[in-house]
Design a protein around this ligand. Structure first.
Ligand code: TXA
Ligand code: MG
Length: 377
């Protein structure tokens, strides 16, 4: 089916730019008004009819459908061109919705994490209830659930009274969308509606965690860092990608992800002989973009005849700036006809840097510049 895709803002659009999401989510009066907004009502009606809608979350935009309606969930896979074996995250606004999705009591560990990090960018794996269709979990006997912290997403969940399955709202393999226009560029004609909730605050997806078993395992690093979880619970949290047992990985981790159309290379300043040198040589004949925290490192080189666009968009002390801007930048550079290749400075894989580097390794995908756990695995 071909749609004339609409992008709609709510009357409260300005508030998303001015106030923190946390403040808005906790403001009962604001949430009540938002639920009465005509854009929210339209989105909820479409979802109840089994349609898919692009919606903002605090991490990235999601492509949502009723998690319990197999026909609706199939439309998500079709619109994105998503592999059938990659399960979806289900989004809820109330803990009572969680009970209907899972088949066992919530464990003590999961309960602690929920009380600390929900609403927020933490997705938890639970044993799946039989009434959740196999399309949503891609045949697994577990289900991934989170409570997002964007007021607009929460308002739509509450208005529709549905638990919403929602992967990132990009065409499979492309960088995730952090603006409504990114969703539009990927999915126009394929979906009826996108709600515009502004620029996404985190910019990288939620952390996916498995609390079953004796060790806590992060299946996908994301908005909440391993360090935060570990210090909150007072125990070690391991990265599943570092385990040799591939079975514990999220099914989605084996696919190429987040990638711009242009070639992306990773460099660091102690690596001058290889990637960086190659970059500067290439900049004789074609224009390259260099995303870096330390433009000053280049001052010793003669760059007068080089074709380089420098983008100093982050500092190493604030990796969350790169997290927020990464996908937006990759999409912008892809659309800039003058740029042939993109180079990005490596940052320390700690805190949110772990999630950022995970996305960058995957986006780069060229094996010689990737680390274990990156590329196409
Ligand atoms: O921040 C986010 O998580 C965003 C927003 C929209 O909420 N959503 C998102 O969804 O990133 P998606 O589908 O792009 O990524 C979901 C990841 C995939 O790697 C998938 O394999 C994994 O979660 N996943 C989903 N269900 C799982 C399960 N039952 N067991 C293990 N991994 C699962
Ligand atoms: Mg995704």
């Amino acid at each position: 089916m071909q749609f004339k895709t609409k992008i709609r803002e709510t009357k409260y659009h300005h508030d998303f730019k001015v106030y923190s999401m946390k403040k808005l989510v906790n403001d009962l009066e604001f949430m009540k008004n938002l639920k009465g907004d005509s854009a929210v009502i339209e989105a909820a009606e479409l979802l109840k009819k089994g349609e898919v809608v692009g919606l903002p979350t605090e991490t990235v935009y999601g492509l949502a459908a009723d998690a319990k309606n197999p026909a609706a969930v199939k439309k998500i896979f079709k619109a994105k061109g998503r592999p059938q074996d990659n399960p979806l995250i289900v989004h809820i606004a109330q803990i009572s919705q969680l009970q209907e999705l899972i088949s066992q009591d919530i464990s003590d560990k999961a309960e602690k994490l929920i009380s600390e990090f929900w609403p927020g960018p933490l997705t938890i794996i639970f044993p799946k209830n039989k009434n959740v269709p196999t399309e949503t979990s891609a045949g697994l006997d577990t289900i991934a659930v989170r409570m997002p912290a964007h007021p607009l997403m929460l308002a739509v969940i509450e208005k529709s009274k549905l638990a919403l399955a929602a992967p990132s709202a990009n065409t499979s393999g492309f960088p995730s969308p952090t603006r409504a226009t990114h969703v539009y560029n990927d999915l126009k004609g394929k979906i009826p509606l996108i709600l515009d909730g502004g620029f996404c605050h985190f910019g990288v997806e939620s952390t996916v965690i498995d609390t079953r078993g004796d060790k806590l395992k992060v299946l996908r690093p994301g908005g909440i860092s391993r360090e935060e979880i570990s210090s909150f619970l007072g125990e070690e949290v391991i990265l599943a990608a570092e385990l040799k047992d591939q079975k514990v990985l999220s099914p989605g981790m084996k696919y190429r992800h987040y990638a711009p159309q242009k070639k992306l290379y990773i460099f660091n300043f102690s690596d001058k002989i290889s990637v960086l040198k190659q970059a500067l040589k290439k900049a004789d004949s074609k224009k390259i973009a260099i995303i870096t925290a330390r433009e000053s490192e280049f001052e010793t080189e003669d760059l007068s005849n080089k074709k380089i666009k420098f983008l100093k968009v982050f500092s190493h002390t604030q990796p969350e700036e790169l997290a927020q801007n990464l996908f937006d930048l990759l999409r912008k550079l892809d659309n800039n006809e003058n740029i042939a290749e993109i180079y990005i400075e490596e940052l320390e894989s700690a805190g949110i840097g772990e999630a950022v580097m995970n996305r960058i390794y995957k986006a780069a995908a060229a094996e010689e510049y990737s680390q274990p756990g990156g590329g196409d695995n």
